[in-house]
Design a protein around this ligand. Structure first.
Ligand SMILES: [Zn+2]
Ligand SMILES: [Zn+2]
Length: 394
């Protein structure tokens, strides 16, 4: 952090509430709730926002909370609240007390930063506009209709009449006091593929009487690997990964009737997404050439997160003011996905990464030892609050 840090009044205000924000974050961290089950977290958020004087609408898109202050031109700040099905392995006092559930993606931090921004805004409410907070359920998961929390909240009007939306995400690879920003495509679009391969079951000793599904699946996986390496321009960022494979039976001498594969593709350009699907089907036809059959189901989970350049410039200007020029890093493409993309499809948005790295003990998101340097929390709160204020010209 540069010497400018001490000069911004909002940082002094944020520092004053640091211990309260850390306490809130630790409470949420200790009591994590899975996607679509953020009942207690939603209640805590709604109670806190009411107390701060916000107009609160609970139960939006399930457990989501919409809370606003002021009127007129409206700027939204989004924070997600859900945890992951991971058993935490940290020795600290705020380690998850809900076995098998953990805030391993930092959404506890996002919620605390959102509440912190709300405290800073409430202390000096907007005179010429409205700040609307969107505390969102289920970023990590979709329901049976294929919808995650952002879509469910949008369907219930959380973005109606709004003009811009900002959000942040913890980044354990970036130091505290730094943020990562990018114009245009920042996080990838994400599809899920579920493939079923069928052959003809046989005794393992007499494979000539059947069509071996395990061999078909092995051939298919190899063929599919050429989609990214041979069918797409090297200049287009994309990845295709199969995370799992399973068979209907699992015995040494029974050739399974069916083998299933599940995988994900990540890309930024919709045409590349289509090309991957078309070429994946072509590669799969090797299964038919060898006497088997297949089905493939594609689910489009998220579009790419597209950052509005004007709003991203606003984030840059706020970042430079609060953190100094060294605090700004231009991000590369990230192959991760985020359902914030649905919100920034409706109105212009900008998403940035907040440095939360523990310098002497690096952590990774979605792992049992994930944690952050909590000095990032007041910075996140101040950055979000100032983005809203600057958007409203205050
Ligand atoms: Zn995550
Ligand atoms: Zn996340």
């Amino acid at each position: 952090m540069s010497s400018k840090v001490e000069q911004a009044p909002v940082l002094a205000q944020a520092e004053k509430i640091q211990s309260e924000l850390v306490e809130l974050r630790r409470h949420i961290h200790k009591h994590p709730e899975l996607s679509f089950e953020e009942n207690e977290t939603g209640k805590l958020v709604a109670a806190k926002m009411s107390k701060l004087g916000y107009r609160v609408r609970p139960g939006v898109g399930g457990t989501g909370v919409v809370a606003e202050i002021g009127s007129g031109r409206t700027v939204c700040i989004r924070a997600d609240m859900d945890a992951l099905p991971i058993t935490e392995d940290n020795p600290n006092g705020y380690c998850s007390s809900n076995t098998g559930v953990m805030h391993a993606c930092g959404h506890d931090v996002h919620t605390a930063c959102g509440l912190g921004a709300a405290m800073l805004i409430a202390a000096n409410p907007p005179k010429n506009g409205c700040v609307r907070f969107l505390f969102q359920p289920a970023e990590e998961m979709v329901n049976d209709d294929g919808k995650s929390g952002a879509t469910l909240m949008i369907e219930q009007g959380c973005m109606d009449g709004a003009d811009a939306v900002f959000a942040l995400h913890v980044d354990p690879k970036t130091s505290v006091g730094q943020i990562k920003v990018k114009d245009g495509a920042m996080l990838a679009a994400c599809d899920t593929f579920e493939i079923s391969i069928k052959g003809k079951p046989s005794h393992g000793a007499y494979p000539q009487h059947g069509i071996d599904t395990v061999v078909l699946a092995a051939q298919a996986v190899q063929a599919i690997q050429t989609v990214i390496s041979r069918r797409k321009s090297a200049l287009e960022p994309a990845v295709l990964t199969f995370g799992g494979i399973k068979s209907t039976t699992y015995r040494p001498n029974i050739v399974a009737e069916e083998v299933q594969l599940i995988g994900t593709s990540r890309y930024f350009d919709d045409e590349i997404g289509e090309l991957i699907f078309v070429e994946l089907k072509k590669a799969l036809s090797i299964v038919e050439a060898m006497g088997g059959s297949y089905t493939v189901k594609r689910t489009k989970d998220n579009p790419a997160v597209m950052n509005d350049p004007q709003l991203t410039n606003l984030v840059r200007s706020v970042g430079a003011r609060l953190l100094g020029k060294d605090g700004l890093i231009e991000s590369n493409y990230e192959m991760g996905a985020e359902d914030f993309s649905f919100m920034s499809q409706v109105i212009p948005g900008s998403f940035f990464f907040l440095g939360t790295k523990i310098e002497d003990s690096p952590r990774a998101i979605h792992t049992p030892t994930f944690d952050i340097d909590e000095r990032a929390i007041p910075l996140g709160a101040a950055l979000l609050a100032e983005c809203a204020r600057q958007f409203l010209g205050e």
